[in-house]
Structures are given as C-alpha cells and as structure tokens.
Write a protein that binds this ligand. Sequence first.
Ligand code: GLU
Length: 446
Amino acid sequence: MTLVRFAPSPTGYLHIGNARPALLNALFARRTGGQFLLRLDDTDAERSTEVFAAAIEEDLAWLGIVPDLFARQSARKAQHDAAADRLRAAGRLYPCYETQEELERRRKRQLGRGQPPIYDRAALRLGAEERAALEAEGRRPHWRFLLEGRTVAWDDLVRGPAHVDCASLSDPVLIRADGTYLYTLPSVVDDADLGITHVIRGEDHVTNTGVQVQIFEALGAAVPVFGHHNLLTTADGEGLSKRLGHLSLRGLREAGYEPAAVRSLAVLTGSAESVRAVPDLDALAGLIDLGEISRAPARFDPAELDGLNARLVHAMPYAEVSERLAALGIPADSAEALWLAVRANLNRVPEAAEWWRVTTGPLEPVITEPAVIAAARDSLPPEPFGPETWKAWTADIKARTGAKGRGLFMPLRLALTGLERGPDLAGLLPLIGRDRAARRLAGETA
Ligand code: GLU
C-alpha cells in the first residue's frame, strides 16, 4: 500500500506554494488507493508553535485534505537517538568542534585558493586526547554524517533518472551542539519507521535526497521512491515565502476564494494540463501524472486565481453557499433569489454581500434621463414582482418613450442601483421591491 507524507514545520502558516506538495501527495494517495500522513517537522522547538500546528490541519482540511495518519517529530526523539547511536557505532556520525567563525574562515581560505568550500573533515582526524582537551575548554560537539564519496542515483517520479554526486558535498551536520536534531536525520528515521513508500517534495530537496539515501542505507532501511516537483513561483520567478501573507491559505480563505480554485492553481500550474478550475478532487487526481510535471519553475500570476474562482462561483448551486450567505447576513428568505441574480457577476462569494447592500439600500440613486425615469415611475407594475416583471415593465417604458437598448437600460440601472454595472436587473428587481424602486425612481435615498 502506498503511504505518502506531507511534512511541514509548524513555524508559519501554509501558503499556496506549500499547497502544491500537500496536494501532489494527497492526489497521489488518492490515485493509488494509498494513505496520506501528516508529519509535523517540529524539531525546532523555539520556532514551532501549537497555533501553527493547528492551523496546518485546519488549512489542509479546507483544501480537502484529511490525513489518514499523523506524526510529530518531537514525539519520536527516542527513535532519532537510537538511530544516531547506530550511526555512531558504524563510524558514520562523528563529533566536530569548530565554531561558525572557524568554519567561515576555512571556507574563505578554500575559496581563495579556488577550491570548493567543502568541509575538510579535520574533526575526523582528532585523537581522543585532542577531543578531551576541546571538551575541557567547554566546547560541545556537533555531529556530522560521514558521506561516502560516491554518486547516489535514483529514478525520480517527476524528473526521471536523477543523481547527486556526494563527493562534492560537505558532510552534513545532523545534530547541533545543543543536542537538537536538524531535519535531515529525523526525516529519514521517521520515513523508515512509518513505512513511507513515496517521498514527494519540492526540488529544493534534491541534494538532501542524495544525503538521505545514504542515511537510509547506513541504517539498513528500505529506500523509498522519490519524486521532486518544481516549485511554484510568482510570474516574475520569485519564490513564495511565508512572508507573502496574502497567499497564505488562511488569507485566501478569508478573502473568500474557493478551495477548488486554489487547488487547481496550485497543482495544474507547471503540469502537462492547462490551468482550469476543477471542482472535484478525484477529477483533479485523475489529471495529475507526476511523470508529466514540467521541470521548469511553475510560474503563476496570483490574478489567475480570480478567473478560476469566478468560473467556479458562476456555476455554484445555492445549496453549496447557503450557509456562507447566511454568515454574510443575507436573510434566508431572500438568499436564494439573490444568489441566482448575482452569482454570474461575482469573482468571490462574499461579494454577494455588496449586491445585498445595493438591493436593500439605502443608496443614492443617479437620475440621468428624466423622461425615461418618469415613464418608468408611471408604469411600475403592481406587486407581486416576479422574474417576468422586468421584461414587461421595460417593454412598457419603451412603448411610452421610444427609448431602447442602452438608452433605456442605463438610466434604469443608475436610478435603481446607483451604479453603471451590475447583475441582470430582471433578477434584482423583485428583491428591490416595488416600494423601494418607486422611491429610487423619485430620486430619493432608499
Ligand atoms: N520539513 C521539511 C520541509 O518543509 C520536509 C521536507 C520533506 O518533505 O522531506 O522542507
């Protein structure tokens, strides 16, 4: 059985760029009948918070992702320690005592000599006495993984044949001097222990994969299948960071975007498929073939979201929005009629509230063609107003004044709504009602 995972650090809110790996994993699980694990990479105790952890779950649920399984790295420290001990015993994890400044100086020297700035493994050559002397000075070791100087190759789900030449990398630090883990080792231990079959993540992790494959092997664990997708970037090629608050999933939700629009943009950008609004998760899963994802950056323009969203909103049945309209303060007895009258004019559902305000007023009418407006007042039909009222009424005004087309409809729109543009008045008029319409045609604020 396929088991994939999405492994964010709870150090910020998820944004649309994080939605991409989350969805690619969730859709892959769907397609293969597998399961999805949410793993919180919370080894950085200072920056990880419960608020962000809860928000991640909430935001994933909004996207339509309900994890089958959960894990937290902070709860698995014993397993990480055991793995570190095994690596030490195998001679693959060694203590180092250099300070940041010493390492920086060495790097500069190497660069000055035209050498690659790779850690020179000086600590590997320390004898027991030298180590004891450094510890006596109060230095605490950080621990590096001893890489084998070979190329690690794998068949990438997205990129095809892929490789990393580990001879050109510094031995990575797995444990900091304060004893805390960097993400590299816990991720391998957790993936191995929890039986992750496929690691699908951004291409910013390709080099990590070279290192992590060596760690899997050093621990005698089965190496999962890897897939590295291109990263979502804005149209100017800029990466998305957590600083782009307006593209945080909660920001988008609060602004009234549909999860299906966000989903579609997050995964179809930079795929073999055209970017379009796909409402259904299974349908979206059917479109995403990891092997077809492009290797170029997945550039998108945040404005595309409006177009995708509008298409979804225009086709959205009332039953799907009734609760949200109620939450916007639109009374239940008018909400369906309002929805059907205005949805074709909306980019986002909350904009319905603006049309409710226009409908119920008070607003300042704009009177432009007094003759047309006078005829409109005189011929205003009796209640009840229904879907046919507008047609019959405007036919009557046309017969009385000879006004037609824009010359007829624009003065009426301006008088009834105060605006030059808006939804079809045939739908709005019954909601405005006879009394309010009469007052607006008389130039009164109503
Ligand atoms: N916590 C890591 C990150 O957010 C997870 C990467 C991975 O999927 O292995 O970058």
